[in-house]
Ligand binder design. Structure first.
Ligand code: SAM
Length: 311
């Protein structure tokens, strides 16, 4: 049974700044790749009624149920799809969208649902899948992947300096008993790295890394950017909110490359690549939450918003 009052636990990040960059207009056609609790979707819908349309994606059936209830007043204007945002091209034809937003990562609702296994703050089954019926769970990965692969994701996605110690400890412990819960994994990580003097819990980085691996989150960001550009019409706007430096780097590099007319090395006198700019950046530097927002919603502290307009 899903507690539909949970959506109030997720505050949409940089909502006003997003709307100022998106400029949603009545009658327009927009997409929200990450519906979550429906905060950004609701703001877009308010701006585009009576005749605008919104496509809203989420991989999480619980988010769809919760946000679906919230967006009921806009039922004629919104189509909610249980699919990955990378498949935008299957729902919107080329050169059709006026705006597309993706707000990456995990929602507060998902963190708060013990049984989803995203958080080490509550003991639950070690799952972490956005869509609980698709792909490998965190327990599948932690109990089966070779030690080197575990160390690599902890290092790469979590920037965890003690990645090797943690991977070694996981592999030693799983010989005794399968690791099934967030509590077990938290204890193993804490034993491997010690409590230390850091402000964050020692399991924070490892949990984030495993979640990114479980959901193929970086591959999804790589895939959605060109797909979004195809679906947008000229003048359409693409907004991405990221919470991880690797995600932001993917967006930054994509925007940089796609805003240039030529990608030939600077020493080459004549262009031979024929590359044409397909977008203009609206944010030269990433937009971040201000102090007041961070005070009210600490989750917004690490958010980076980048936006571009299709040429
Ligand atoms: C940070 S929340 C979005 C919050 C939302 N903007 C709001 O205002 O309530 C991210 C959501 O994206 C979903 N998600 C993550 N990866 C996805 C993907 N590849 N396709 C569709 N949804 C995805 C997650 O399940 C989660 O509900």
């Amino acid at each position: 049974m899903i507690d539909t009052s949970l959506y109030s636990s997720h505050i949409p990040v940089m909502l006003e700044k997003c709307m100022a960059l998106m400029e949603p207009k009545p009658g327009g056609f927009y997409a929200d790749g990450t519906l979550g609790a429906g905060g950004h979707s609701e703001a877009i819908l308010k701006a585009i009624i009576p005749d605008g349309r919104l496509l809203a994606f989420d991989l999480d059936p619980a988010a769809i149920q919760i946000a679906g209830k919230r967006l009921k007043p806009y039922a004629n204007n919104v189509r909610i799809v249980h699919d990955s945002y990378v498949n935008i091209g299957s729902y919107a034809e080329e050169n059709n969208l006026d705006g597309f937003i993706v707000d990456l990562g995990v929602s507060s609702m998902q963190l708060d649902q013990r049984e989803r296994g995203f958080s080490f703050l509550q003991d639950g089954p070690l799952d972490m899948r956005f869509s609980p019926d698709r792909g490998l769970s965190a327990a599948d990965i932690v109990n089966a992947w070779p030690e080197e692969d575990l160390a690599e994701i902890l290092w790469k996605y979590g920037e965890e300096r003690k990645s090797r110690q943690i991977a070694a400890m996981i592999c030693a412990e799983r010989k005794n008993a399968r690791i099934e819960t967030t509590g077990q994994l938290k204890d193993i990580i804490t034993d491997a790295v010690g409590l230390g003097k850091e402000k964050i819990h020692p399991a924070t980085r490892a949990f984030q890394a495993i979640r990114i691996a479980v959901n193929g989150e970086l591959d999804a960001v790589e895939a959605v950017l060109p797909a979004a550009m195809k679906a947008l019409k000229p003048g359409g706007r693409l907004l991405v909110i990221s919470f991880h430096s690797l995600e932001d780097r993917i967006v930054k590099n994509f925007f940089k490359t796609e805003s240039k007319d030529c990608l030939c090395p600077p020493e080459q006198p004549v262009c031979t690549c024929g590359h044409k700019a397909s977008l203009k950046e609206l944010t030269r530097h990433p937009v971040t939450a201000d102090e007041e927002e961070i005070r009210v919603n600490p989750r917004s502290r690490s958010a980076k918003l980048r936006a571009a307009v299709k040429l």
